[in-house]
Write a protein that binds this ligand. Sequence first.
Ligand SMILES: Cc1cc2nc3c(=O)[nH]c(=O)nc-3n(C[C@H](O)[C@H](O)[C@H](O)COP(=O)(O)O)c2cc1C
Length: 329
Amino acid sequence: MMRLRGLELPAGAVFAPMAGLTDAACRHLMAEHGAAWTVSEMVSAKALTFGDKKSLALARDTLDGGPRGPYAVQLFGAEPETLAAAIGVLRAHGVNFDILDINMGCPAPKITGSGAGSKLLLDPDLCGRMVAAARAALGADTPLTVKMRLGWDADHVTGPAVAKTCAANGADLLAVHGRTREQMYAPPVDAAGIAAVKQAVDIPVLANGDITAPEDALALLAATGCDGVMIGRGALGDPWLFGRVNAALAGAPIPPPPTLAQRMAALREQVYHMCEDKGEWAAMPQARAHAMHYMKGLRGAAALRRYCLMLEHFADVDRLIDTVYRCQE
Ligand SMILES: Cc1cc2nc3c(=O)[nH]c(=O)nc-3n(C[C@H](O)[C@H](O)[C@H](O)COP(=O)(O)O)c2cc1C
């Protein structure tokens, strides 16, 4: 259990934001499997202030009556006043969120080129002003979190300085992906780097990066002294990872792995909800990526992944599942 301002959050691993992947269907699935809270895909603060409907739709969770469990909306931007205005837009449109998260980690050139995402890490003072502006716009009751990397590159490991200024300006929690921007996703996660960020602040810090098994979570917690973990890619196609990790964190027996039937039922249901939420035409290209993750470890996985690339209609998912069963015989 963790308390941020007035909000009580359940114990357990947190599901990381991933653009193009963590839509409402995906978040609901992870929450149902034990994610302590979930985060939207990153949403452009500037686009929200321009009245962009797609950005508003990314932030809004209306599937099945709204978010399952505590829900954070993540905004990216490079200007404090735009960030504050975007929070006003979310509120004015009645977007339902429990936590506001600021993206200070995205390495994509499209984002850093505008000064946002991990580019902010080069300017700790600006990071502080971003947090202060968001805090003022949110008021005292809504928790504010920051998702960051260790720094920009080996010469600019600004994580601890950024963490300090974020905490001083009203951030309630930090989630730290243990790589610099320059490292993208390649070298192993730098646990000592995350530990340095944790030691710089008194607010809770979540350790993030490469957790695919309960023992990864325990090792990263032990090496960093962090207050919890955040999991992204490892849970794709394997929402049961939250059950296994949460059991390990609680010192309870690890539940057995899911059966093939459970895995295929989860895939079908996830894609069904995606189609329900945004229509088949928009949902199916994104569903291909999710389906591919469900093929992990199956016999014939390479051919099955190629099959996933051809999913065009919801009915194709049932054909894929039939093929999966035939391949396992
Ligand atoms: C396809 C993809 C999209 C991502 N999009 C976001 C995003 O929108 N916001 C964000 O803060 N991090 C984003 N991330 C980073 C993840 O939240 C996470 O920090 C990173 O993947 C490391 O954790 P993991 O090894 O558990 O996946 C993204 C990562 C991937 C692979």
